[in-house]
Ligand binder design. Sequence first.
Ligand SMILES: Nc1ncnc2c1ncn2[C@@H]1O[C@H](COP(=O)(O)OP(=O)(O)OP(=O)(O)O)[C@@H](O)[C@H]1O
Ligand SMILES: [Mg+2]
Length: 481
Amino acid sequence: MSINFLSNRSILKGVLARRLLVAILFFSSLVTLALTSFQLYLDYNININGLEESIEEIRVSHLDSLGQNLWHLNDDQIILQLLGILEIPNIEYIKVSTPEGDGYQVGKMPETKNIIERRYKISYRQNNETFVLGHLDVTASLVGIYAQLRDRFFIILASQATKTFIVSFFILIIFHQLVGKYLEELVSKISKINIGNLSSETEINKIKESPPDEIDQLLESFNQLQSTLLKDIHKRELVELRLKESQKMEALGTLAGGVAHDFNNILQGIMNCFMLIGTEVNDKSSAAEKVNMGNILCERGRDLVNQILLYSRADSGHDELINLPPIIDDVVNILRHSFDKNVHYDIEIFYQSGFLKGNATQLRQVIFNLCNNALYAIKNIENPTIRISLESKSIPRGNHYNLATGEYYYLVISDNGYGMSQEVQKRIFEPFFTTKEVGKGTGLGLSVVQSIILNHGGHISVNSVEGEGTTFSLLLPISDI
Ligand SMILES: Nc1ncnc2c1ncn2[C@@H]1O[C@H](COP(=O)(O)OP(=O)(O)OP(=O)(O)O)[C@@H](O)[C@H]1O
Ligand SMILES: [Mg+2]
């Protein structure tokens, strides 16, 4: 328990703590007053009864001997006896009166109405005859009893008040420890929270009680609320980022599409010129060699332009019913004949029927671009292998791909090439991002793949380990026809 914790200021700072204190003090004062009054009432009854008994005792033990002394006119004995009675607590005045008018008295008649008075007949019995000799008047004052009760009242009140104060203080400490300090922390954290600064640091930690108490539950709900908000904000940021990216891509695609179209015509013109020049120069001359080189460069330019056109038109014409396995076979056949003959193609197709609604040229381009990248990555590698597998997969509701529920083609294209670093993986779908040396790659291949897959209602993901290889996994919806 820290000193700070015990300081009154910190405990009484909360309005709740002050209200609790006032309530405890108010109710315990009421209860103390009621109990004290009841106790004093009981004490009063006991004292009065005690006094009554004492007076009765005087009658029992003094009346006979007083009768004897009065019969024998033994004045000294009578006075002595009366003084003895006066010693009894609260007896203030005693008087013996005789029919002749003379009598004896000791003490002083109290000047208050709070008295008890008793009168007894004094008699003497001789030879079976009873002689009435006079009366004994006993007066007791209640002032002493009242003073005693008042003193007791203040003592009880003072001790109860001290007890109440100590108990209230301990209740406050316990309240502060169990509830107050967490509420204060909660209020301070909530007041500081804004959407931008949510983090695990704004969580509130408490040693959990077992079973959990209401404060545990409150703090748990607060922390959960925060993490839900955090997740939602993160999701929103991702969606915003994707939206920005797609808007950027769309604008880029439109611009690039327009330029590419015109550029294609220019390239075609240049190629025609090279063809005409080619017919006029000797095949073996150095001019023919340069014409040939010009043609190759024009073809490369045309490939680039075609990619740009594909990218900008990725969302057009998606109504053919396509069977994927023959397309895969087509592409692999072309690759087998045109590229490195040592590459091993490992093709597993577990799914033969089912159609995909889309654009066959574009999907062929997707498989071609992915295989082309794989071929580049496995150059100069031992046992270069490209593995292609196709199967179907059911995608359930609420999946993490954000895809509609249903049956999908699950196409996986992997290689055992040099792989990619995490930094490269993050950027591969950006248009014009390439790690190939200048003139070798446009950096458009995967951007084209991604926009075609998205426009077909599918999903693409990559998994790559540097030095081990790369796997691209694609999901494409199977049409119900
Ligand atoms: N299978 C793969 N293995 C290793 N790296 C890859 C693979 N596929 C893509 N990459 C990386 O992603 C980059 C972008 O690929 P993308 O197909 O978009 O462009 P590119 O291949 O560089 O150019 P282009 O497709 O015009 O030849 C590549 O430069 C390469 O770094
Ligand atoms: Mg490529």
